[in-house]
Design a protein around this ligand. Structure first.
Ligand SMILES: Cc1cc2nc3c(=O)[nH]c(=O)nc-3n(C[C@H](O)[C@H](O)[C@H](O)COP(=O)(O)OP(=O)(O)OC[C@H]3O[C@@H](n4cnc5c(N)ncnc54)[C@H](O)[C@@H]3O)c2cc1C
Length: 419
């Protein structure tokens, strides 16, 4: 069997980005992976919003934040990518999503303040176009109505209004979702709204509640693959600007992103093993033979290079036992606190975060992991995303940006070595 140019191990943000960038550059790509952070994300693409985490300083200008971060944290993976590489990577990523019907927007070179399901404000780099009118409503504090639904857990319009006491003209309403009763799930609601009649029924239920509202916010359930069509249809029916607010995980944002990649990567030639993990690796001078799955369905895949995008504990790229943390696929050394008692701070919400959330693999400047002796583990093995050491993406609000930018840099270097 002819080896693939590259095997991407993982199908979270880092894995999807690595597959996209490699395929766009003409490499033959095979990818394996299961559920990851992308399936639970809000749909926001964060670049960098908080630094230093111990001060909780929030930045509107992510490039000023990056400059400060690079001065303070010389081991952070963002020190190995330039601002230009980061923006190019994110632009290529969002252009792909747009081509798949998933429109993203934001301000040139700025983070945007946007509403969360809790009613708090989060600064992010790019957000789904379906959330944009909410940004304008929030900024202007214009009269607005937020609607929630009987039976939908984890999304309370009333809570949002209570937290946003600085938005006195924000009103709320709870209604029944047309045609559905009992406990509601975002995915079912999104599917049902693909039917234009359900949108008409929904608008009919909301219309009497509009009052002076100029904007109407809904939980993010407005369609799966056709969100902007649903938003525009509701705007026409209601005569108001309509926006989505992300729901708590598992939300519809993850399935929307995954569906976009499922649609868009195959035509680029990416061969995908979904819901299959790499269970064994044979390393040789020319590359790798990786086993995907186990038992009778196991498949052996030869590849000249590999990109490890398996995430941290949530993604299962790192596994912990009573004494230490291990990298699960190759057994690459993991930088980690010296002993288990140092993994966590005494306080759960300690502003500095927990040392275990900085654990990960060390790499060279091109994101090639380092082996036990401090030299490159394999000349054509790369790592990208949450598995990288010295970053706490959740506290710094840099999850997707870090994953996408490091995947970009890894693929860029790989291209120079393969051609
Ligand atoms: C609840 C939640 C909300 C989030 N919200 C946001 C947000 O608003 N904005 C933002 O920017 N980011 C957000 N993130 C972060 C983001 O989704 C990613 O978790 C993060 O960017 C890291 O991505 P990753 O691809 O490196 O790792 P992961 O997302 O953890 O993906 C790891 C992948 O590797 C696969 N894998 C693991 N082991 C193997 C193996 N042996 N073989 C093959 N595949 C394997 C997993 O199945 C998975 O597909 C959120 C994450 C979570 C969990």
């Amino acid at each position: 069997m002819t080896p693939y140019d590259v095997m991407v191990i993982g199908s979270g943000f880092a894995g999807m980005a690595a597959s996209l960038f490699a395929a766009n550059r003409g490499l033959s790509v095979v990818q394996a992976g299961a559920t990851g952070g992308i399936d639970f994300s809000t749909g926001f693409l964060d670049l960098l919003a908080v630094h230093p985490v111990w001060e909780g300083r929030v930045w509107e200008d992510p490039f000023a934040a990056l400059a400060a971060l690079r001065a303070d944290l010389p081991d952070h993976p963002y020190c190995r990518v330039t601002d230009e590489e980061i923006t190019t990577a994110l632009d290529e990523f969002t252009a792909f999503l747009a081509a798949q019907g998933l429109c993203y927007t934001g301000r040139p070179r700025r983070n945007t303040a946007t509403l969360t399901a809790a009613g708090t404000i989060k600064y992010t780099w790019r957000l789904p176009c379906s959330a944009w009118s909410g940004v304008e409503a929030l900024e202007s504090r214009a009269p607005a109505l937020v609607v929630d639904f009987h039976g939908l857990k984890g999304f309370s319009a009333k809570q949002i209004a209570e937290v946003r006491a600085d938005w006195p003209h924000l009103r709320t309403a709870r209604i029944h979702f047309p045609g559905l009763r009992g406990e509601l799930f975002p995915e079912h609601m999104a599917w049902s709204l693909t039917d234009p009649q359900v949108r008409i029924d929904l608008a009919a239920a909301v219309s009497p509640l509009l009052g002076d509202a100029q904007f109407v916010g809904f939980p993010a359930v407005l369609g799966l693959t056709d969100t902007m069509e649903v938003v525009r249809h509701l705007e026409k029916l209601l005569g108001r600007r309509v926006f989505e607010i992300p729901t708590v995980p598992p939300s519809i944002a993850g399935p929307r992103l995954r569906a976009a990649f499922d649609r868009g990567l195959a035509p680029l030639g990416v061969h995908t093993y979904t819901q299959k993990l790499i269970t064994a690796v044979h390393i040789h001078a020319e590359g790798f033979v990786l086993t995907a799955g186990s038992g009778v369905t196991a498949v052996e895949i030869p590849a000249r290079a590999a990109i490890l995008a398996t995430g941290r504990f949530f993604g299962k790229g790192l596994v912990a036992d009573r004494t230490c943390v291990r990298e699960a696929v190759f057994g690459i050394p993991v930088t980690q606190p010296k002993q288990r008692s140092l993994w966590h701070q005494a306080q759960f919400f300690a502003p500095r975060g927990h040392p275990i959330n900085q654990a990960g693999v060390e790499t060279d400047a091109a994101f090639r992991p380092l082996g036990a002796n401090g030299t490159v583990f394999h000349p054509r093995l790369y790592a990208a995303g949450a598995i990288l050491a010295h970053q706490d993406w959740a506290r710094m609000k840099c999850g997707a940006g870090l994953a996408i930018a490091t995947a970009f840099k890894a693929v860029d270097d790989l291209c120079t070595r393969l051609h």
